[in-house]
Design a protein around this ligand. Sequence first.
Ligand code: NAP
Length: 224
Amino acid sequence: MKTILVIGGSKGIGASIANRLKDTNHVITISRSLNDVDNITHHSLNVLEDEFPKIDNLDGLVYCPGSINLKSLSRLKIEDFQTDFNINVLGAIRAIKHYEKQLIQSKGSVVLFSTVATHLGMPFHSSIAVSKAAVEGLAKSLAAEYATKIRFNVIAPTVTDTPLASRLLRNEKQQETMRERHPLKQYLDPKEVASLAEYLLSDNTKSISGQIIPMDAGIVSIKL
Ligand SMILES: NC(=O)c1ccc[n+]([C@@H]2O[C@H](COP(=O)([O-])OP(=O)(O)OC[C@H]3O[C@@H](n4cnc5c(N)ncnc54)[C@H](OP(=O)(O)O)[C@@H]3O)[C@@H](O)[C@H]2O)c1
C-alpha cells in the first residue's frame, strides 16, 4: 500500500484525489481547515507558515493550494503577485524540500498544478500566469535534477468545478457561458482531474516525468 500526501486535500481537486485514493492507499491530507473523513489521516496547518508533519515513508505528494486572482494589471498590486507566488510556488517548494528524502527513498511521484492560462494569453490572468509558469519551470527543472529518483509532473486544468472557481460558476447562465467557451462544450469535474493525478502517482507512469499535461476541454488545443 502506498502512502500519498495530498496537500490541500480538504476541498476541490485535492479532496477528489484523496477520496479516490483512500481505500487503496494510506492517504494523508493537509489543509488549514479540518478534514474529518474515514480512512484519511489529516493534519491542519498552513503550508506557508507551519512545520510539516513527520512522515516516515512517502510514495507520492500532490500539492493543490492555489489561487484565481483575476484583475487588470492596473488593479494588481505588487503584493498580489507576491501572495499568488507564495501559495502556488513557495508552498510547493517548502513541501518538496521537507519530504525530499522520503520521496527519494520510495522513487516517489510529485504532482503539481498549473493552469491553461500559461499556454493561452487571457486578459486579467497576469498574476496567476506568472506563478503557474513558475510551477511548470520548477517541475521541469526538478524532473531533471531528480531523474531516476523522484518524478515530477504538472496537470494544467481549465476551469474546474471547485470552491476556488465558484465565483466563475455562480449560476446556470455563467456555467452555460463557461461550457460554451470550450470547444468540448464542458468545463472540468474535479473527479476527472483526480483520475489523471491518480494515474501520475501510480506505477503505470514510471517513465513519465517533466511533463505539463493540459486538461483543457479544447480551449488551448482546438480551434473550431
Ligand atoms: N478550480 C479551477 O478552476 C482551477 C483551474 C486551473 C488550475 N487550478 C489549480 O488546481 C489546484 C487545485 O485547485 P482547487 O480549485 O481544487 O482549489 P480549492 O478549491 O481552493 O482547494 C484548495 C485546497 O488547498 C487548501 N489550502 C489553501 N491554502 C492553504 C494553505 N495556506 N495551507 C494549507 N492548505 C491550504 C484548501 O484548504 P483550506 O482552505 O482549508 O486550507 C483546499 O483544501 C490549484 O493549484 C489551482 O490553482 C484550479
